[in-house]
Each structure stands twice: as C-alpha cells, then as structure tokens.
Design a protein around this ligand. Structure first.
Ligand code: DHE
Length: 552
C-alpha cells in the first residue's frame, strides 16, 4: 500500500447552489497501522462530540447503521485529511456538512478526524438503579389537576421542539400564542402524548425524558428521568378493553445506547422495567450488541407496543399487560428498521428498513410479517400518510431520502385485495435527488405535503411540495419566504385539518431568521408566521389531537 495515491472525486453542491468538483488526494505513504496521537483529555472531548453528532448514524460502537461503519480498518486507511474533508463537506448520500454549516469548528473537526482512527472507547452501561438516582418527580400525581385549569383548546396545542436549545415550546393552535417554554433533554427528537392527550412526553437525544401536564396553567414539567445515554423514541400505553384499562398507565422509552427499552410509570416516569435489545440478526443470526431501538408505536387493540430493533431487523410486539412477565413476539422483518406508522385501520404497521430500500409490513392482529416490499432509495416515512385513493382504496405512502419519489402502497386486503401490499403509485417530486424527511396529510384535507430538507439543492431545502390526493399530481411547489434562513422541515396539521405548520430550521445565532410558517391548506397561502426570540431551531412539531389519535 506504500506510496499509493488514492484519489476520490466527490460532487457536492455549494451553499449558493452551484456544483463544484474537487479531488481529495490522500497519500497512503505513511504507516497507517498507527493512529495519530491524541491526549486523554482530547479523547474525552472527541467522544462527546462523536456521541452527540455522529453516533446516531454511525453507531456508538461505530459499526454503522444509517451511515457506513467507521471502524479503524477503514478510518486509518483514510487518514486525517480525508476524514476532515468528509466531516467538513458531508457526502451526497446525506451526511451533513458539519464544517460548512458552522456546527463544528475546524479544531473540532481535526480532533474528530484523529479520534476516529483510534478504537472507540467502551460506552457506559445503565441500570434501573442508575435511572432511579436521576429520576426527578417535581409534582406527584395526587397534585395534578383533575380537570384543565385553563380555557384553552388544549387538544389543539402544538408541541414544538427547539432542537439546539434543550427546550420545547407549547403553542396554542387556536390563538398561535406561546403558552410556555420548558426545559428538556438535549436535542429532543419527538413528542408523543398519553392516550387521553393531557400528558406530553418528550425524549432527548441524551436519553432524558420529560412529562408535561397540559392541563396545568401554564403547562408544567411534572417529572423527568434519564433512561439511557442516547435515545430517539417514546410512546404511551393506549389500550383499554377486556384485557384491562391501560390508558395513561405506562410510557416506553427506546434507546440507542445502551441498547434497551424501558417501561416507566405514565404519570411519574418512575422507571419500572428494562429489557435489553441486544440480539441476533434475523437472517444470519449474528449477535449484535448494539441492536438499537428505532421507532415505537402503541397498539389500540391490544396492550402492546410495536418496537423496532434496527440492526437485528426484528419487529417486537411487546405485551405490557403484565410487566413482571412481559410477552414479546419477535417478528423477523428486515435489517436497519427506522421510522414507520400505522395504516388507517391501525391494524397494520409499516416501517422503513432504510438501508434495504424496503418497507416491512406487519399484521399486529395476526402478529406476523405480511411483506417486505421494495420501494425507492432509502425510504423515510416519518410515520407516513394514509388516505383513501379513488381507485386503490386505502393507501399508505412514504417519501425517500435517496430519490425524488413518493411511493404509495395499498393497505386494504379485505375490499381492495388486488392492490393490497403492492406499490400502487410512484410519484415524482420536482427537481433532482431525494432529501425528503417527512410527509403529512389529514383526513379532512385534499392534500399531501412533502418536505426536502436534506436535498443538496438549497432551493429544494427551502421548498415543500403539495400533492393532490385524488390525482397524486403535484399541485404546488412552495418556497418559504426570502426573509427566512434555514430548511423547511416537518409538517403538521392543526386539529381541524385546515392548516399546515412548517418549521424553518435555521442556526442558533439567527433566531430572527427562523420560526414556524402556517399555511392555509385550502388556498395554500401563508396565513400566519410565528417568529419570536424564543423560537430557535424549531424542528418536529406535534399536534396533541392528531398525535394521540395517530392521525397522519
Ligand atoms: Fe429523526 C423520527 C432516528 C436524524 C427529526 N428519528 C425518528 C425516529 C427515529 C429517528 C428512530 C422514529 C421515532 C418514533 O416514531 O418512535 N433521526 C434518527 C436518527 O438516528 C438520525 C438519522 C440521526 C441522529 O443522530 O439522530 C435522525 N431526525 C434526525 C434529524 O436530523 C432531524 C431532522 C432533526 C433532529 O432532531 O436532529 C430528525 N426524527 C425527527 C422527527 C421525527 C423523527 C421530527 C418524528 C417524525 C414524526 O412525525 O413522527
């Protein structure tokens, strides 16, 4: 390998929209078996940066997931300069341009590039006892109000993530007033609500969960707990029926590290039970220590959560009716399970196995896999959208990170068996490339809204596409107003389904250039802007009613 020149050519799109090409010449002349020097203090700092920025895609143990593996056999071959280029400029496959965006400084990038050539330090474990030590109950359930303490239409509240602030905003969907801003974990990923809707749950990337009582005036955080070091998912128990009343009883948190899920009390967040998800790949039966929990949804017809074990490619149906003896049905699906949602009947669950360009579909009544369906390149449904198509009947659709299509799948085996579990439509979005993250509709709306925040073209990052549900044709391509800086990300309807809220996700230093845009779903015109010095780096935003009822 000595004195060999490795020349890699990348095509990138610059921030001003012009393409440019450059070469990275990495001279593999020196001995790459030895990593560059790093001090113990630098190692600690680099581990933190890696954990916060990189582990989500490349894995805590660096074995790869959404992003490729970063094991030393590869990183030492690349060397510091090549790694710095990747981290600075990102890749066309979707890795963010951390340096160009100014999120990581040149010094941090250089440090990270050296760190990646060393073996990853062993990540810490966490016991139930550890969780209990950091559990904080601010207001016990007996002091929670028995009825709403304000006259607001709380079911139309919008929980808005202020990603880089470690905070969330509760916004009144009727009046558009900010009702409260509350501290949370770091870079909250999602909001979910209890079955009754009164409790809002947030989960930070750092594994810290909070519970907010929306009936208080103003809504207050009543408890918090750190259930892992790295997490993405949380949901509540939504079953009431012959097997018991579990409404608002439990919460489940799904962790990336340690790879486990935790069952907690729904009103206090007291941790009750941990279950490890380290397991075997469904196909080759290899042991995966870092088998992480991706999306979780709560069943309405059984006391069950649908828990997706990403690297193992297994969908676990976790019966919580007796948490001292939980029953788990392990369904073999496909590897790299990520995000997904219910069909309209809430019997079938559809989830992206993103690195396999597949949607895995499970029948949660029969408790079996129905299909692993090939769709486009790297599907990313969020929770997807459901509507009744004039020809195909009920369908569920997803967008893609890796191409510019929206794919719809028939979901009604009873009345439309000829279309069920087949790709019935592939719609092309305007412009080249993928970069779609989220897609949304509402039963009362004639439209489907689609974002493109990770497309390399800055114009598409700032645009959303509106599709006509009946024809599946592009009805409008809307670019956000010029005085906003940032990407248009995540879409959510209000409770009545006549407004669409879009976050303009900018940088922390320019709060005046970002905010939330509210469009009239009929006229497709901008109706209201929420811009406030407190609304900084908004990302996901979740309507109470739509989220608690799984309306999307
Ligand atoms: Fe997400 C959903 C994981 C990057 C915003 N994201 C999810 C879910 C998972 C996940 C497993 C499903 C949760 C559920 O339904 O239970 N996301 C990951 C990652 O591993 C990844 C790729 C890298 C990382 O380090 O986190 C990642 N996600 C992002 C972002 O960069 C986004 C745009 C902003 C952010 O928070 O950093 C982002 N993810 C979201 C949002 C949802 C989500 C808004 C919920 C969508 C919904 O409507 O349900």
């Amino acid at each position: 390998m000595k004195n060999k020149v490795l020349s890699i050519t990348f095509a990138f799109v610059s921030a001003i929209g012009t393409s440019f090409i450059f070469n990275i010449k990495d001279v593999i002349g020196q001995d790459k078996t030895e990593p560059p020097p790093i001090t113990a203090e630098e190692m600690k700092k680099a581990s933190e940066i890696y954990f916060n920025r990189c582990a989500g895609c490349h894995g805590t143990l660096r074995k790869g997931a959404t992003g490729p593996h970063l094991l030393t056999e590869k990183t030492r071959r690349y060397g510091t300069e090549t790694l710095k280029t990747f981290i600075t400029y990102g890749t066309p496959r979707g890795m963010p341009d951390w340096g160009k965006q100014g999120i990581l400084s040149p010094e941090e990038i250089e440090l990270l590039a050296r760190f990646l050539q060393h073996e990853p330090p062993p990540p810490p474990e966490m016991s139930l006892e550890d969780m209990k030590k950091n559990w904080k109950l601010y207001i016990p359930p007996e002091k929670h109000p028995k009825e709403p303490q304000h006259k607001r239409n709380w079911q139309n509240f919008m929980g808005v993530i202020l990603r880089d602030m470690g905070k969330v905003a509760i916004i009144d969907g009727d009046t558009k007033e900010i009702v409260n801003i509350l501290n949370t974990g770091f870079a909250v990923h999602i909001f979910r609500y209890s079955a009754s809707g009164r409790y809002a749950y947030t989960i930070g990337r750092d594994g810290k969960a909070t519970i907010i009582d929306l009936w208080m005036d103003p809504p207050q955080t009543v408890a918090e707990v750190k259930a892992c070091y790295d997490a993405r998912s949380i949901d509540s128990s939504k079953y009431k029926g012959p097997k018991g009343n579990f409404l608002d009883r439990y919460v489940i948190i799904g962790c990336y590290w340690p790879p486990h899920f935790v069952i907690l009390d729904g009103a206090t967040l007291e941790p009750l039970k941990i279950v490890s998800t380290s397991s075997y790949t469904y196909d080759t039966n290899e042991f995966i220590r870092e088998a992480r929990v991706a999306s979780i949804v709560a069943s309405h017809h059984d006391p069950e959560w649908i828990v997706n074990i990403k690297e193992a490619g297994q969908i676990w149906l976790v019966d919580y009716s007796n948490i001292k003896a939980p029953k788990i049905t392990m369904i073999e699906a496909e590897r790299f399970l990520h995000d997904g949602g219910w069909d309209a009947s809430k019997r079938y669950f559809l989830v992206a196995a993103n690195q396999r360009d597949t949607i895995s579909i499970v029948d949660t009544k029969e408790k079996k896999l129905i299909a692993n369906l090939k769709v486009g390149k790297t599907p990313h449904p969020g929770r997807g959208v459901n509507f009744v198509h004039p020809k195909y009947g009920p369908v569920w659709c997803t967008g893609h990170l890796g191409d510019n299509t929206v794919v719809c799948i028939g979901t009604d085996p009873a009345k439309h068996p000829q279309y069920a579990w087949k790709v019935v439509e592939k719609v092309e979005l305007p412009g080249e490339g993928g970069g779609n993250l989220f897609i949304k509709t509402h039963p009362k709306s004639p439209h489907i809204w689609v974002d493109r925040p990770l497309n390399p073209d800055p114009k598409l990052q700032r645009s959303v596409t509106v599709l006509d549900k009946k024809t599946l044709e592009v009805k409008a391509q809307i670019e956000i107003p010029e005085d906003f800086e940032g990407r248009a990300v995540h879409l959510e309807y209000n409770k009545d389904g006549d407004e669409v809220w879009i976050s303009v996700w900018g940088t922390k230093d320019k709060p005046e250039k970002q905010g939330i845009l509210i469009y009239d779903d009929k006229t497709l015109k901008l109706k209201h802007v929420i811009r406030d010095p407190r609304i900084v780096t908004p990302t996901g935003h979740f309507n109470v009613y739509n989220t608690m009822r799984d309306i999307y």
